[in-house]
Write a protein that binds this ligand. Structure first.
Ligand SMILES: Cc1cc2nc3c(=O)[nH]c(=O)nc-3n(C[C@H](O)[C@H](O)[C@H](O)COP(=O)(O)OP(=O)(O)OC[C@H]3O[C@@H](n4cnc5c(N)ncnc54)[C@H](O)[C@@H]3O)c2cc1C
Ligand code: SF4
Ligand code: SF4
Length: 426
């Protein structure tokens, strides 16, 4: 199509795209990148959904956090196969919120740290600001047995729900026929929270349930998610453009628990396990990664597989994520270097208030972090590995990585050699 044949909407999208690309090429401060699209608002707006789809989704850079889906005031997007789909783009009201909340398009605003209310004094040892950390596990055996690590996350949420501190939680549940494939869940009862316990290593679109929470006006609300989802929630709460929908998240999401995460796996890893062990996917009741992959089967068997056999199943989109330790959550949790315990990093005042309520109710057994020194040192090392990459806007697209022959998010920058067309230079 020639330039003359383009509609005015299309021309505006191209203009924003050019402005954005020029800023990247000129090495402009990344915090200014939002200027490329925000400046269009003063002139009446533009169809940001097209820009987002071109720049992030079609390039394979979308991490699937669903922030664009759940912020859109006119329901332009569906969410399918870990990505937004612009099903109703004619409904776009040119508000550009979808572009503004995307954590891949730009780094989170600098003032976020003030807005989040990190508890003072802040400690920063390389895994995000925090005030204190402990290693804990639930005293109640049900949470311990069903939880992925120490069951702290679910035990705390159930307590907060029963106390009336929250009225719902956005979590991940599973498909009945495949307990390792995650689906979003708005849990409003203790039973539903317990049902969601445990981790699935496939990408679970938890935050898609924010739309339901808003529609049903369920609040105060807790959200549990991996770091990309935490960032998507924070962008929605604190992006600088204020619409009613953003205000709802700001006012009503009262606690965000972030799960440490190096990457998630594609669905094929379940098919691989099922084939290797000659079982049905529905018989794989738990997968845990602890330097090796521990698989628990419905018949009670526990099978160990090598982590390196799972490298081909690392989700390519996870390359575009720089956060291991959920740095913007109120509480960060992980099972790092531990067996049956949860590492808990309390970051904000809201996180402290929630966790302290659990401690006061005697929910947990608690150890000092120094009792297992390798947990914190591993956390620092893995956080550093993930941070130490260019910003996603400056990384190659998925197509370019396929051409370079490396789509693995974990090894890409280890092997990357820009002077050799990006191919492994060793
Ligand atoms: C994809 C993924 C990768 C992870 N990688 C690491 C890691 O590298 N290092 C580390 O220390 N910890 C990692 N974790 C976190 C760890 O597995 C535990 O979730 C965490 O220690 C909390 O344990 P718990 O027993 O307190 O939680 P539980 O009480 O078992 O609660 C777990 C919560 O996680 C939610 N959930 C389950 N699956 C998903 C999912 N796929 N996406 C989002 N939410 C989900 C559930 O809804 C539930 O609320 C990862 C988790 C996931 C989901
Ligand atoms: S990364 Fe999140 S906000 Fe950005 S396009 Fe993907 S789902 Fe939407
Ligand atoms: S590595 Fe990042 S993008 Fe991938 S699932 Fe984890 S938090 Fe999300």
């Amino acid at each position: 199509m020639s330039k003359e044949e383009l509609s005015n909407d299309d021309k505006l999208v191209l203009a924003v795209k050019k402005r954005y690309r020029d800023m990247l090429a000129e090495g402009v401060d990344p915090y200014e990148w939002a200027y490329a699209w925000r400046s269009e608002i003063n002139r009446g707006g533009f169809r940001a959904v097209d820009f987002l789809m071109d720049e992030i989704v079609d390039t394979g850079k979308c991490v699937g956090c669903a922030a664009c889906v759940t912020i859109c005031p006119t329901d332009v997007f569906d969410y399918k196969d870990e990505h937004p789909v612009d099903t109703r783009k004619d409904a776009c009201v040119l508000c550009e919120l979808c572009a503004d909340v995307c954590p891949v398009l730009r780094p989170l605003d600098k003032d976020l740290h003030t807005l989040l209310g990190f508890k003072q004094p802040i400690i920063d040892e390389g895994f995000g600001p925090y005030n204190y950390a402990v290693i804990a596990r639930a005293k109640n055996k049900e949470f311990l047995d069903k939880g992925q690590d120490g069951g702290v996350t679910s035990a705390l949420l159930v307590h907060l729900l029963e106390q009336g501190t929250i009225n719902g939680a956005v979590l991940g549940d599973v498909l009945p026929e495949n307990p390792q494939i995650g689906v979003q869940k708005l849990a409003t009862t203790s039973e539903e929270i317990v049902q969601c316990s445990g981790s699935r290593y496939t990408y679970s679109p938890n935050t898609v349930a924010l739309t339901e929470a808003m529609r049903r006006d369920v609040h105060p609300l807790a959200v549990v998610g991996v770091p990309c989802q935490v960032d998507g929630v924070r962008q929605q709460q604190y992006s600088s453009i204020r619409l009613e929908v953003a205000k709802w998240y700001q006012k009503n999401v009262s606690l965000v628990i972030g799960l440490f995460c190096s990457e998630s796996f594609t669905h094929e890893h379940i098919t691989f396990i099922a084939k290797e062990l000659d079982v049905d996917p529905e018989d794989i009741v738990r997968v845990n990664v602890k330097g090796k992959v521990i698989i628990e089967l419905r018949d009670g068997r526990e099978i160990i597989m090598k982590l390196k056999d799972f490298h081909p199943f690392a989700r390519p989109a996870c390359l575009y994520c720089l956060d291991y330790s959920a740095e913007h959550a109120d509480i960060g949790v992980g099972g790092i270097g531990l067996d049956g315990w949860t590492f808990v990093a309390v970051r904000t005042e809201a996180g402290h208030k929630a966790f302290q309520a659990g401690v006061d109710a005697d929910l947990f057994e608690i150890m000092e972090v120094d009792e297992v020194p390798k947990a914190k040192s591993l956390l620092i090392r893995l956080s550093d590995m993930k941070r130490n990459k260019p910003l996603p806007a400056l990384m190659p697209t998925l197509q370019e990585r396929i051409e370079m022959g490396n789509t693995n998010p974990k090894t890409f920058y280890k092997d990357y050699n820009p002077s050799n067309g990006g191919k492994n230079g060793k």
